[in-house]
Design a binder for this molecule. Structure first.
Ligand SMILES: [Zn+2]
Length: 105
């Protein structure tokens, strides 16, 4: 996954194209993410012990992770990320870094 929880991302496609939001949840096995305030769906719920009244619940729906791009915390722009390899005691490690400014996040 190129996105992590609490990343700020921009939506690249669909009705919410151009919107920015924080990643609330990632589903690595499904390659999906939930973005705060993006793609609200209305869900009709029946009354249940957790929600006595039932009714219409608005909730963010997961979207495909390939439709979002991470915004660099340093330059504030949607940034392509590269995975740099760092040799550390003879080992290679993969990290995310902004292609533009080199910020690691
Ligand atoms: Zn940057």
């Amino acid at each position: 996954m190129h996105v992590k929880k609490n990343d700020t991302v921009v939506i690249l496609s669909g009705n919410d194209r151009g919107k920015r939001g924080r990643v609330l949840k990632v589903f690595p096995d499904k390659n999906r993410v939930i973005i705060e305030g993006v793609r609200f769906i209305k869900r009709h719920t029946r009354p249940n012990p957790k929600n006595q009244a039932g009714g219409i619940l608005e909730k963010e729906a997961p979207i495909n992770a390939s439709n979002v791009m991470v915004i660099c915390s340093k330059c504030g722009e949607p940034a392509r990320t590269k995975h740099r390899e760092v040799t550390e005691e003879g080992r290679t490690r993969h990290i995310r870094a902004c292609v533009r400014c080199g910020e690691v996040f």
